[in-house]
Ligand binder design. Structure first.
Ligand code: SF4
Length: 94
């Protein structure tokens, strides 16, 4: 991690409202909860699809969506079936 040595005022604060880089490391759909409403697919079509049982399954291309979109898709699920996990393996949503 390079320190900002050339920062004119020795910037003491870190961050400053910059959104974090990719935080979602894994997505899971709880099939026992999913009711096939397809809201998640409407929001993130590369990340979710319905299988032949009308349950959402995470697609291999989910990383094509940015975290914000994936977060919106997860929040759109009426039954909280979409679980998001961070890089440390901890569940971050819901
Ligand atoms: S929004 Fe939730 S309930 Fe609807 S298809 Fe997606 S995972 Fe299933």
């Amino acid at each position: 991690m390079g320190a900002m040595a050339n920062s004119p005022n020795g910037n003491a604060h870190h961050g400053g409202g910059q959104p974090e880089k990719r935080k979602i490391a894994r997505i899971e759909v709880d099939r026992t909860l999913c009711i096939g409403s397809a809201t998640c697919i409407a929001l993130a079509s590369e990340a979710f699809a319905l299988d032949n049982e009308n349950k959402a399954v995470v697609q291999p291309g989910w990383k094509k969506h940015d975290d914000e979109t994936l977060w919106e898709a997860a929040k759109s699920c009426p039954v909280f079936a979409i679980k998001l996990f961070g890089e440390d393996g901890k569940q971050i949503y819901p």
